[in-house]
Write a protein that binds this ligand. Sequence first.
Ligand SMILES: [Fe+2]
Length: 209
Amino acid sequence: MDLDTPTQKIKQRRSMFEQHIGFKLDAIMQQILNARDSYTSKHCERVLSLAEAIGHKLQLNEHEMVVLTLSAGFHDIGKIGIPDHILLKPGKLEPQEYEIIKTHPQIGANILRSLGNPLLDEVAECILHHHEYWDGSGYPGGLSREQIPLISQIISVVDAYDAMTTTRTYRAGATQEEALKVIQKGSGKHFCPNIVDVLTKLSHEIAAG
Ligand SMILES: [Fe+2]
């Protein structure tokens, strides 16, 4: 799905973030993530762009869009706390390695909460739950349906879509159509049906130009 790289609007929101926090925390966090793992950094940027498009379709208000932008852009910031041999391992992880990867939402939430800022506390909550599944089979909380913050539900769908369509050293990426089919199959199981519908409409609109 071809979406613009972060737009002027996102930059404006980020400067709002700077107003809330008092310094360019977003730029610092982005530099840290990029230095640690450039794949995750680029993945977060793509997730941010597509999540923002879905947020607009869902007619989120300005505050929700700020939280969505920051949460999507830094949803995997906790991966900076995952050891290299697991984070950068090509191919399938062993069960015990997967258990360590599963700690990244909590690590990310802890990083954001440590600043004691109400906006970042909201972002932390959304980051914490970005791997929950609609049917309650996700982590870390095993939350289901509306228990999962709406912004986390959006990130969950976009995260899966981007991970599938990206080519890695150990496998070719799926086509957008293939990835969309997998997401649609997971509608009502892993993913919120409403958000899957929005992603489907958005992809059709983009394909139609
Ligand atoms: Fe993640």
